[in-house]
Design a protein around this ligand. Structure first.
Ligand code: NAP
Length: 268
């Protein structure tokens, strides 16, 4: 650095910016009433996309997310649907198409609670629930989105996976298995859809505390924080901006990839 020059401090990831333009795009973020999905919906909207906010249970949280996005000047609407149900997914797309237009960007983000247990304490129904969220739901979302995407020779399928798959975290076998299935499916779909101008990528967050983690033991939080090379917590917006990059035209030659958003915890 030359004398007198100043080193700029890292930008606040929550600060709105417009690196990529998603103007005229329509984005569906499943499970975007709270947590990482809500932040992702806002980042996509700040980049110019019209945003479909989705939830299944808590209308109040979805309305809070909608107010937040609209206050930021984003075109957004709420679309309730259980994204593990084929009929709900079909109606969800029909409603979005009618209200916002054809869906260009699908972010499969929704999740239920994820209790950690040893294998003897899980039953198969819980494994099935995890597979329904992380394999069945992306499958139905893609099946419904693809005819239009293929016609327009453009589409972005972005699946939110987790570092737990890469780390083999235990005891967490049901969630880890489902995230592994989601990863394999995404890689195969990337190959299949590349000739159609449709990319399929994954974001693999580390633990980024959101509302549902408020009551987690402080010792767990301290131990995890101590393991992050960046020595700080990630912010939901940092997932959202990575998604926004993958959704952009600038990422059109990137497919079948996983971007870890975890402060360097899975560097290899
Ligand atoms: N936060 C982390 O530390 C972290 C780390 C790694 C990976 N991830 C991944 O990131 C994604 C988001 O996690 P999060 O922590 O942000 O979760 P979250 O805050 O618990 O949000 C989950 C969202 O999914 C919705 N949802 C639940 N069931 C649904 C259904 N059947 N259909 C549609 N929406 C449904 C919830 O709304 P309703 O309850 O109102 O339906 C809510 O909007 C997940 O795929 C998760 O595996 C998170």
């Amino acid at each position: 650095m030359s004398e007198g020059s100043t080193r700029s401090s890292p930008a606040d990831p929550a600060t709105p910016r417009r690196c990529f333009s998603l103007a005229s795009r329509v984005a569906l973020v499943t499970g975007s009433s709270t947590g990482l999905g809500r932040a992702t919906a806002k980042c996509l909207g700040l980049a110019g996309a019209s945003v479909a906010i989705n939830y299944a249970h808590s209308k109040g949280r979805a309305e809070e997310a909608l107010s937040d996005l609209r206050a930021a000047g984003i075109r957004a609407e709420i679309f309730p649907a259980d994204v593990t149900s084929e009929t709900d997914v079909d109606s969800l797309f029909t409603a979005i198409e009618k209200s916002l237009g054809p869906v260009d960007i699908v972010v499969a983000n929704a999740t239920p609670a994820q209790p950690q247990k040893i294998i003897e304490e899980y039953d198969w129904d819980f494994y099935q629930q995890m597979l329904d969220f992380f394999v069945k739901s992306p499958y139905h979302l893609a099946r419904r989105a693809l005819p239009g995407m293929k016609q327009r020779c453009y589409g972005r399928l972005i699946n939110i996976t987790s570092e737990v798959f890469h780390l083999g975290v235990s005891p967490f076998s049901a969630y880890v298995a489902a995230k592994g299935g989601q990863t394999g499916w995404s890689r195969s779909m990337a190959h299949e859809l590349a000739p159609h101008g449709i990319t399929v990528n994954m974001i693999s967050p580390g633990w980024i505390p959101v509302e549902r983690h408020e009551n987690d033991p402080q010792s767990d939080k301290d131990n995890y924080l101590a393991s992050i090379p960046a020595a700080r917590w990630g912010k939901p917006e940092e997932v959202g901006w990575a998604v926004t990059y993958l959704a952009s035209d600038e990422a059109s030659f990137v497919t079948g990839q996983t971007i870890a958003v975890n402060g360097g915890k899975t560097v290899w």
